[in-house]
Ligand binder design. Structure first.
Ligand code: AMP
Length: 570
């Protein structure tokens, strides 16, 4: 494996305006991810684009930045429309736009999604926003009602196109394509390229440039074991401290995505008593060399680095590489994990992945030609015995060095205190720095809730009830006919219907409480040649109706909502 990667492209080389470059710098972004390096100039030149890219590759910024560069913030008309499969993603994209647009005066973005009231959405649209991020169903509702006008549209982006088709939004997408002006620039992103997505691209994109991340040559990484821990973003620091307790770490390099994150994490680790330092592109060459030198000499055990700053780093002591944030592509990953297992030693590479990032794991497995084994988070018991083992190891090695003088000390102390040997050892432990942790209670860490569960938290909160419909993916059931049936036979408005989740054999639907006569009426109708069977499916006891604060939906992103400042997420 070679350590001499070509010099990275810089954001400043891509043709982006200064206001956006400043925002990226303040967010701590160091270099463009591969998809950004390819997509941004292509879109700025006005080409249509077909991008094969998963979540985690930096695809949001890849389309958001050119969109922001191309709109006129002084014009209060919808100039860009971004379609996403879910409400959660629509909000995420809208927030990302808000962050990148922090220096664009007059800019506003609005997220439109189903299951929420139309009133505030009408008002925000009337005031005028430059960018709308929407789920397809709600969007076509607005188009039908005439509340959203697209005459001045310049960009149309389809994000996660494969997911939208899977969810049965094909007709809605066609309706949108029919409405947009002919000269609209279009970009379509998808994690996979099934025929349906290909067709949409063939029918609607004009001579698109196609971007797919090449998966990089397989590398020989025999000396490295790879493992993945599933951790939610806000539990990563706790998970990392736990990892340090149970893994035999001599020295570790931790990879994060931004300069800001490297500083913050290094500080937090120092505050927890670890010998840690940051290594990022803001440090002068001299300071970087100092950090590496201290790591080599054992004055530091943990270095929190960005990809650029750690390129080529060669320190034999590094037993572990932690991907605290996943890399944007497999080539960076191979470079990252190659920092361990050097000079014939064994190394361990650990990834923290959120459930959404699962897809990216396959790409990394392919690139490294190895399975990345999932590992359960260490239980409270494992942490306790890890602590005990560490102390036992220390005692064993101390017993080789302690001699007659120490034993004499013990006798003297026993005489002075009149304690027996066990009592004396217990007292010594109680004042030994670090031994206190042996008595501290350890809680089990929760694993990251899957995306579906998170969505359901949101649904429950809005007063909807879960129903179970017999039949699911394996019967070819699609959300759209189900919604149509519910509108027709249960007298529901489309907007009253919450999330629909297809499982293999059944489907979960979140609806307002239905009375028994409505349920009876529904039970007779036919969908897909099957007789509908629907019944209430109460949530398991103990699951509360309250949504954690961070799930609170933002009402809108236009006008009133102050831009989010400061730290990037993740
Ligand atoms: P996405 O694939 O768009 O979901 O982005 C994944 C994550 O990477 C998000 O948390 C972004 O804020 C972050 N990100 C995107 N581009 C960059 C970059 N060039 N440098 C550092 N972080 C980035």
């Amino acid at each position: 494996m070679s350590d001499t990667a070509p010099a990275a492209t810089q954001f400043a080389d891509l043709g982006l305006p200064a206001a956006l470059l400043e925002a990226l710098n303040s967010l701590g972004y160091e270099t463009p991810s591969p998809i950004q390096a390819e997509a941004i100039p292509t879109l700025l030149e006005g080409h249509d684009l077909l991008g094969l890219a998963q979540t985690g590759t930096g695809k949001t910024a890849a389309f958001a930045l050119p969109v922001l560069a191309g709109i006129d913030p002084s014009l209060r008309a919808t100039q860009a429309l971004i379609l996403t499969p879910t409400r959660e993603l629509a909000l995420q994209v809208a927030e990302a736009l808000q962050r990148y647009a922090q220096n664009l005066r007059g800019f506003s973005v609005l997220a439109l999604y189903g299951g929420s009231a139309f009133g505030p959405q009408f008002k925000a649209l009337e005031r005028g926003v430059q960018v709308v991020v929407a789920t397809p169903g709600r969007l076509t509702d607005h188009l039908r009602r005439g509340s959203l006008k697209l005459q001045q549209l310049r960009f149309l982006v389809l994000d996660e196109a494969d997911e939208m088709l899977k969810m049965g939004f094909a007709d809605d997408l066609e309706a949108v394509f029919d409405e947009v002006p002919d000269n609209t620039q279009k970009a379509l992103f998808s994690a996979t390229m099934p025929p349906g997505v290909r067709n949409v691209a063939r029918n609607h994109l004009r001579d698109p440039k196609e971007i797919r991340l090449h998966s990089g040559a397989k590398s020989s990484l025999e000396t490295i074991t790879q493992k993945v821990w599933e951790v939610a973003n806000h539990h990563k620091l706790d998970a990392m401290t736990r990892l340090l307790e149970v893994e035999p770490v001599e020295a570790m390099i931790v990879f994060v995505r931004t300069k800001t994150a490297s500083l913050e994490l290094a500080e937090r680790l120092e505050a927890r008593g670890f010998a840690a330092a940051a290594l990022n592109g803001d440090l002068s060459q001299q300071l970087r060399e100092q950090v590496v030198d201290r790591l080599k000499r054992g004055l530091l055990d943990i270095v929190v680095a960005t990809d650029v700053a750690a390129r080529g780093l060669d320190v034999e002591r590094i037993t572990h590489v932690l991907n605290y944030d996943l890399p944007h592509d497999s080539e960076s990953y191979v470079h990252r994990i190659g920092r361990t297992g050097r000079a014939g030693r064994q190394g361990t590479a650990i990834l923290f992945a959120t459930p959404r990032e699962r897809r990216l794991l396959h790409v990394l497995e392919k690139a490294t030609g190895q399975k990345i084994e999932p590992q359960a988070l260490p239980s409270a018991d494992a942490v306790r015995s890890g602590r005990l083992n560490k102390l036992a190891t220390r005692l064993n090695s101390a017993s080789e060095q302690s001699g007659a003088l120490h034993e004499q000390l013990v006798h003297d102390l026993q005489e002075l205190t009149s304690l027996d040997a066990t009592e004396l050892a217990a007292c010594l432990l109680s004042i030994l720095p670090g031994a206190k942790a042996l008595l501290e209670p350890v809680a089990d860490l929760p694993t990251a809730p899957a995306r579906r569960e998170r969505d359901s938290l949101a649904e429950r909160d809005s007063g909807l009830v879960r129903y179970k419909v017999q039949g699911g993916r394996s019967n070819g059931l699609l959300p759209k006919p189900l919604v149509e049936a519910l509108v027709k036979h249960a007298g529901l408005q489309k907007s009253q219907i919450g999330n629909i989740k297809l499982f293999n054999e059944h489907t979960a639907v979140y609806l307002p409480q239905l009375d028994s006569s409505t349920l009876n009426r529904l039970a007779g109708i036919e969908i897909n040649g099957m007789t509908l069977q629907i019944k209430a499916w109460p949530l398991p006891p103990g699951e509360t109706e309250h949504r954690p604060r961070h799930h609170k939906p933002r009402r809108d992103f236009a006008g009133k909502q102050p831009p989010r400042k400061g730290k990037p997420r993740g």
